[in-house]
Design a binder for this molecule. Structure first.
Ligand code: FES
Ligand code: FES
Length: 162
């Protein structure tokens, strides 16, 4: 089937097998290898991207279901060399070790902050419960998301209270 998907602001038209998963399409045809496969069974969240603005596990979506949609991957977040505030917060709070879960964690975190711009620790943990990390113990990930929430508040800048 022929599909057209806008990925990180660029439109891609390709012929795909009806059974092709979105994550495989993104990695193998579009070249967005920042989106990774941890399990292929909807358990780990490593493959999370935004589909028309909301996070989805791209191993549980068919490429044909994204026809006509906009997909944002971890590679589409930085603008003009500036990291997204959530990317920055993960970096500054040491919220990653091997980094394998990080693309999915960040995409899911952005979606949860869109729903709840000021989450408490419990809300962050619940919002990220579909994303698994084998390395960090989650403590710094939670800290990073709450830090990003502070940074993203209107009027917040580098000097904003943390
Ligand atoms: Fe999609 Fe694990 S690879 S949830
Ligand atoms: Fe290694 Fe999360 S940093 S799996």
């Amino acid at each position: 089937m022929r599909i057209t998907v806008t990925v990180d602001g660029t439109s891609y038209t390709d012929d795909v097998e009806p059974r092709t998963l979105l994550v495989h399409h993104l990695r193998e045809r579009v070249g967005k290898v920042g989106t990774v496969v941890g399990c292929d069974t909807s358990n780990c969240g490593a493959c999370t991207v935004h589909l028309d603005g909301h996070s989805v596990k791209s191993c549980s979506v068919l490429a044909v279901q994204a026809d006509g949609c906009e997909v944002t991957t971890i590679e589409g977040l930085a603008r003009d060399g500036e990291l997204h505030p959530v990317q920055k917060a993960f970096h500054e709070n040491h919220a990653l070790q091997c980094g394998f879960c990080t693309p999915g964690m960040i995409m899911q975190s952005i979606d949860l902050l869109a729903d709840n711009p000021d989450p408490d620790e419990q809300a962050v943990r619940e919002g990220l419960e579909g994303n698994l990390c084998r390395c960090t113990g989650y403590q710094n990930i939670v800290r990073a998301v709450r830090d990003a929430a502070h940074q993203m508040r209107p009027g917040a800048g580098p000097e904003a209270e943390r």
